[in-house]
Design a protein around this ligand. Structure first.
Ligand code: NI
Length: 171
């Protein structure tokens, strides 16, 4: 297990579509173990494989607490049903120090394989529903800032440039 470097916007790999996982082999198990270490160290509530440069359809999520973690490792996740709308503030480990409200479905049903390859269906709402949608977006090469209106996206680009310049000055 090891910490991996998290890719930051505008890294082109983050805009690519990830491929389905065919075999849950040792290599994939090791990637997922690294993702878990990397997410908890960040810390974050979710991480998708492309964020560490692995273009495979795997995500991890933990919307639990420090005392009671609820780690989900989801291979080939798909949203198979959804309803309702919400508009909550989101952030992303690949877009450091930037937060914005994003419109999402408030309830979803997801289908994914666990690390043993067994298909699981899960209904979720609240933060967990948002996390699944956010992480599955990563697998389609989409960041939460891609879901902002064009006006807000323009504001994001300007602000993000400033954030990146500040980070460079601190180095
Ligand atoms: Ni993200």
């Amino acid at each position: 297990m090891a910490l991996r470097r998290i890719l930051h916007y505008p890294e082109p790999l983050l805009a690519q579509r990830s491929v389905s996982v065919e075999y849950i082999d040792e290599q994939l198990i090791s990637v997922v173990a690294d993702m878990v270490d990397t997410m908890y160290a960040a810390p974050g509530v979710g991480l998708a494989a492309p964020q560490i440069g692995v273009l495979k359809r795997v995500i991890i999520i933990d919307c639990g607490s420090k005392e009671e973690p609820e780690l989900i490792r989801a291979v080939n996740p798909q949203i198979i049903d959804s309803h309702g709308e919400c508009n909550e503030e989101e952030g992303c480990l690949s877009v450091p120090d930037y937060y914005a409200c994003v419109k999402r479905k408030s309830w979803i049903k997801v289908r994914y394989q666990n690390m043993q390859g067994k298909w699981i269906e899960q209904e979720c709402e609240g933060l967990l529903a948002i996390a699944f949608q956010h992480e599955i977006d990563h697998l389609d090469g989409k960041l939460f800032v891609d879901r902002l209106s064009s006006l807000k996206k323009g504001m994001f680009r300007k602000k993000y440039k400033q954030i990146q310049e500040q980070q460079r000055e601190q180095l």
